[in-house]
Unconditional design. Structure first.
Length: 321
């Protein structure tokens, strides 16, 4: 009896080992070690049943190990699905070896470790995989204080905001010639309720002028990869065109008046020189007419007076001209 009992024990044990090996040999669940998902998009956790012969699937379960929740269960032709999770194959059935899980709207909370278990009529198996979720920052928005009609040499504060990143990011500032002003800016990064981050940065332009109106902010990851960019133009008040016109007229008047004054002065000087030269010529002619024509005779002074009178009349006429 003892020998028979021992023999029966070994037979049963050997049969169990063969059954276990048979299960491992005929059915194998293969899943990739890690998958990558993007926040707000679909994510696929791909797993496939491998078997050496045709098998029928009896049970499939997908479980989130981090939250310890059952996401999908198929058993005896009945499926129980958690909203947002379903089979990747739209018309999946028990003969389909693709048991992949589809996340229809991935969230940051979905990241972590997942377990899939499959039971067939020829054995069962299970495997684990992980999901990594990332999110990209949205295109930044910009504004300023004051907003419009800004006067020259006024301090202007420019704001740059972006949301949606899965980790803390950076905001860099540049002016219109490419100078980096990031060190002069203030950055605030905050985690939101959905597990994402929002960025807010402000940069103050001291004594802003219309010569430098364009400023740019860039959103970057902690690794330096650019995820968004926006540009902003400071809205200065329109300049007074009437004042400009008055200044232009004043400058124009000065520009043409100065040459006229110079030319007039030159003409007046020339006329004065001509008059002086004429007067001296008349005086020389008068002196020559006073010498006696013959020695010992009295000079006829009436002729001299007539010549002198004519000369004086001629000078008066030129002077009046």
């Amino acid at each position: 009896m003892t020998l028979a009992t021992t023999f029966l024990f070994f037979v049963i044990h050997f049969a169990c080992i063969r059954a276990g090996n048979s299960s491992e040999t005929f059915v194998k669940l293969e899943c990739k070690e890690e998958f990558h998902g993007v926040h707000g998009q679909q994510s696929l956790l791909q797993c496939n049943v491998k078997a050496v012969e045709n098998v029928t699937i009896l049970t499939v379960t997908w479980k989130n190990m981090k939250a310890d929740t059952l996401l999908l269960e198929y058993h005896k032709d009945t499926s129980i699905l958690t909203p947002g999770f379903k089979f990747a194959e739209p018309s999946w059935n028990k003969n389909n070896m693709n048991v992949s899980l589809l996340l229809t709207n991935t969230k940051m909370a979905d990241k972590g470790l997942y377990e899939c278990m499959v039971r067939t009529d020829s054995g069962d198996d299970k495997a684990t995989t992980s999901l990594r979720v990332t999110a990209k920052y949205k295109t930044p928005t910009m504004s300023s204080i004051p907003e419009t009609n800004i006067k020259e040499n006024t301090d202007v504060t420019i704001f740059c905001n972006s949301t949606g990143g899965h980790q803390k990011g950076l905001i860099w500032w540049f002016d219109q010639i490419g100078t980096n002003w990031t060190r002069s800016a203030e950055l605030l990064a905050k985690e939101t309720d959905d597990g994402l981050y929002s960025l807010s940065s402000k940069f103050t332009v001291l004594k802003a002028t219309s010569s430098y109106t364009n400023y740019t902010c860039k959103v970057l990851t902690v690794n330096g990869a650019e995820e968004g960019m926006a540009s902003f133009v400071i809205q200065f008040a329109p300049q007074d065109l009437g004042s400009k016109g008055a200044n232009f007229d004043s400058v124009s008047t000065t520009n043409w008046l100065a040459p006229v004054v110079v030319i007039g002065s030159l003409i007046t000087g020339l006329l004065a020189a001509l008059l002086i030269f004429k007067r001296r010529s008349v005086q020389r002619a008068r002196r020559q007419s006073t010498f006696p024509l013959m020695s010992g005779h009295q000079t006829d002074t009436r002729h001299d007076r007539d010549v002198e009178a004519e000369g004086l009349n001629s000078e008066d006429q030129h002077t009046s001209l």
